[in-house]
Design a protein around this ligand. Structure first.
Ligand code: MGD
Ligand code: MGD
Ligand code: MO
Length: 763
């Protein structure tokens, strides 16, 4: 069996490999000079916001924050390749459905609005107004506005998202399935419960003052490369960086910063993680409970020795609720339970707790390795519990930091993309626009899938994204999208969701972040976005649009809205022609956005006040609140071990992809080349199932809900991962993620804890 796709792992993240890759991607974009110029304007005060990730921008620092994956995201959008009506004349939709994710998007930018023609099975060009009118006609033909689902992917700007939610609420529904339902939903839910605000409490400046940074369930080397620069600086001044990750991720081990010329010349690199713990998947809550237990034990020992307490009693007394209940819950949790569920030893956990105790200021960051499990909400509550013990919240150098994914996913939520909108927001909207918005909760992603499945929803409108590939049970979702009466996709590049047309179906191509957005007076417009650190800033494109037919997301939303709900309450055309007017509305609807138009034009924009960061607690108790529940009875790896053939699978990202966008077939940091159908497995497990390295297997879902799930023809790769745990790439493995097994209280698909077994092919 050939295993040529398994090669060397990069020695360190970043470095010359990253620069080489940048060059390649800038060249692939077409004119290299244009590509490089475009990159120089990314995340600069007078440029565009990088569509890569939601990590914050430094206030001072180099004029061009280098980031390999930022380059890929930008050159993928700023490509010279085009998907014109000719392309669709050549290819039937049913033929295109056989293409890979990579091949579809790699055809280039969509150029014309298109309508599906069932007779020829092709997309044909359509006039914008005809598309809008037809969309309005179908939407207005339903017996209830809840028949339609309005999805948002987190690239949409604040202006587009605000207008979209206004349109949809005027139409009459809160059906806002949103990519964050599959992403950081658990962080929002848990943090609102614990500290009264569903966002992180730190800014980039805090990373300069932290003595210890805990990085949990996150792979920044690939997904937030600019974060590595901040971690490296922290490591170099002696801060401890403690990683919790079942897999040894190269980018967390060593990083060679391309901004550091000397290091690049010497071929050196900086160790990032000072301490690397490998829990079993889903074991983080137990690990944090164990660290709290160790902190309480250290406190008891200190007091017994006549030394001061290691807890921050002033903070606990003044600012928290339920502390004693939490202490009792920790006491009641045994080390045996903790070790079994976390997959770590007491000694390892005590080691990490000692780092916490030795640090004055601690930051804890996390991402999908924490949020995409069944028990994510209580895991994040436990992280908050642990951080509260020593008052690591609301002071410089300390705090909680969920690292967001999409570049404006946080902003979209802020401006109203929310299936459970707060009453105060709806009240403000009602006042500003003089209408009665719907009050009943709408559907999230899983709710929308359920509604499309049982027929209660019959229309899908997507503001960006790739719903059919990003969602769980993707084969099923593909089938139900095709059953809709209306499907509309607003996007920049062709993807599989576009190829599942409903009875009436449109692809509406939009401008990307990098492109100039001119209004009727020839003035270029800016949009705004919010990063993970609650900084809101402007973004204006610099490239000529990919086609003269393209419209901005704002203009497309305005066009659909005018045709559907009319312009009596809102002058959609005027708003689309002057985004300042949209921002004026936002500034009157949302607290914190006063003088929006003035403040977003300042370099780096402005900071949205975060109550928890200044120790104001908007919780029912009026204080930061401990959660005093028990550990889950069993997480997946515990449930799985009763059957030696069952494994827990996590689905993550390779270095060459952006969610469902597959740039290339390599994953250099993990040593995989030219292949994506792989499963990373402990060598002992490969032996135990009687297989060999690079053997071909089918991965079979074993969630017990009567649905059969198979991902066919994957190859086994030995990897440093705990036994019983395996990993592979999203979106190829989404056929295995069950819609019925979701996060408790977050309803997030459990994409990091899927139960599977393996069937060797040809046996
Ligand atoms: N280049 C690039 N950048 C991106 C994206 C992209 O696809 N490509 N996607 C964007 C988006 S939308 C998001 S949400 C973020 C995603 O950023 P990440 O959360 O870093 O994304 P994943 O690749 O899913 O990686 C999850 C990590 O969690 C670990 N993990 C899995 N299960 C567990 C567990 O139970 N416990 C612990 N402690 N760790 C676990 C995995 O080994 C892996 O290292 O990145 C954003 N940025
Ligand atoms: N198994 C598994 N499933 C997952 C995850 C996982 O880790 N494992 N991660 C989940 C997470 S964290 C997320 S955020 C979701 C992501 O889900 P989505 O946000 O739905 O997916 P993306 O792949 O980011 O969307 C890519 C498409 O967006 C369009 N696009 C790109 N730029 C723009 C733009 O500027 N405007 C518009 N209108 N469209 C644009 C392009 O047409 C492109 O094809 O997937 C989730 N699904
Ligand atoms: Mo995400």
């Amino acid at each position: 069996m050939s295993s040529q796709f398994i090669g060397k792992k990069s020695k360190a993240a970043g470095g010359w490999g990253a620069l080489k890759s940048c060059g390649k991607h800038l060249l692939a974009g077409g004119s290299p000079l244009a590509g490089a110029k475009t990159m120089l304007k990314a995340n600069q005060p007078d440029g565009f916001d990088c569509p890569g990730c939601a990590w914050g921008d430094p206030e001072h620092g180099s004029s061009f924050e280098f980031c390999e994956n930022g380059v890929k995201a930008v050159s993928w959008e700023a490509t010279d390749k085009r998907v014109t009506p000719d392309f669709f004349a050549q290819h039937k939709v049913s033929d295109l459905r056989q293409w890979s994710d990579h091949d579809l998007e790699n055809q280039g930018r969509l150029t014309h609005p298109l309508r599906y023609d069932a007779t020829s099975d092709r997309y044909l060009p359509v006039a914008w107004d005809d598309a809008f009118n037809e969309i309005g006609r179908v939407l207005n033909g339903f017996d209830h506005p809840n028949r339609a689902e309005f999805y948002t992917s987190g690239r949409a700007s604040n202006e587009a998202a605000f207008l979209y939610q206004l349109f949809v609420r005027l139409y009459g529904t809160n059906n806002f399935p949103d990519c964050s339902n599959m992403c950081h939903e658990a962080s929002g839910v848990a943090l609102r419960q614990a500290i009264g605000v569903g966002k992180g409490t730190v800014t980039l400046a805090d990373f300069e003052q932290a003595d210890a940074i805990f990085v949990v369930g996150q792979n920044p080397g690939t997904n937030h490369p600019r974060m590595l620069g901040d971690l490296r600086k922290a490591a170099m001044r002696g801060a401890r960086i403690v990683v919790f990750n079942p897999i040894r991720e190269r980018g967390l081990e060593r990083f060679s910063d391309p901004q550091d010329k000397l290091q690049m010349l010497r071929g050196g690199s900086t160790a990032i993680a000072s301490d690397y713990l490998q829990p079993r998947m889903g074991g983080d809550m137990a690990a944090f409970r164990g660290m709290s237990k160790a902190v309480f034990a250290a406190d008891a020992a200190a007091l017994a020795a006549g030394k001061p307490s290691v807890l921050d009693h002033d903070f606990l007394r003044q600012h928290t609720a339920e502390f004693e209940a939490y202490r009792a819950a920790v006491d009641a949790t045994s080390w045996a339970e903790i070790e079994d569920q976390s997959g770590l030893t007491q000694a390892e956990i005590e080691w990490a707790a000692n780092i916490y105790l030795g640090a004055k200021n601690v930051i804890c960051t996390w991402a999908m390795g924490v949020t995409q499990h069944r028990h994510s909400v209580i895991t994040i509550r436990e992280i908050a519990n642990f951080m509260l013990l020593r008052g690591n919240l609301g002071r410089p150098g300390a705090g909680l930091c969920p690292v967001r994914g999409h570049s404006n996913v946080q902003g979209d939520r802020t401006v109203g993309i929310n299936e459970k909108p707060p009453a105060a927001f709806l009240d403000a909207l009602a006042r500003e626009f003089d209408f009665e918005p719907p009050r009943a909760d709408g559907n999230n992603v899983l709710g929308a899938i359920g509604a499309m499945l049982d027929g209660s929803a019959q229309a899908f409108i997507g503001l960006g994204g790739n719903f059919a590939r990003a969602t769980p049970d993707s084969a099923l979702v593909a089938e139900i999208l095709g059953r809709q009466k209306l499907t509309v996709h607003i996007g920049t590049k062709l993807n599989h969701s576009h190829l599942l047309p409903g009875a009436v179906s449109f692809i509406l191509p939009c401008l990307g972040r990098t492109e100039i957005d001119l209004n009727s007076k020839g003035v270029s417009q800016i949009v705004t976005v919010e990063d993970s650190m609650s900084m809101v800033h402007g973004s204006g494109g610099i490239n000529e649009p990919a086609s003269l037919e393209l419209r901005s997301e704002v203009a497309i939303v305005a066009g659909m809205a005018a045709a559907t709900v009319g312009s009596a309450k809102v002058d959609w055309a005027a708003l689309a022609d002057d985004y300042d007017l949209i921002r004026d509305h936002i500034s009157r609807v949302l607290p914190g956005f006063e003088d929006y138009n003035i403040r977003v034009r300042k370099p780096r924009g402005f900071y949205l006040r975060n109550t928890a960061a200044v120790r104001e607690w908007v919780t029912p108790a009026g204080r930061a609140t401990f959660w005093a529940g028990a550990l889950p009875e069993a997480v997946e790896h515990q449930a799985a071990r009763h059957d030696k053939d069952v494994f827990v699978l996590q689905t993550f990202r390779s270095h060459d992809q952006y969610n469902t966008t597959v740039y290339g077939m390599n994953d250099r940091y993990r040593g995989i080349y030219g292949e994506r159908n792989v499963v990373f497995m402990n060598q002992a497990d490969i032996d135990a199932i009687g297989a060999k390295v690079a053997d071909r297997v089918d991965v079979i879902g074993v969630h017990d809900d009567g649905r059969s799930r198979v991902a066919a023809d994957f190859r086994l790769v030995p990897y440093d991962i705990p036994r019983g745990c395996v990993a592979g790439y999203y979106p190829e493995l989404n056929v295995l993620v069950p819609i019925g097994t979701a996060g408790e209280m977050s309803d997030t698909p459990a994409s990091k804890s899927i139960l599977v077994r393996f069937q060797q092919r040809g046996r």
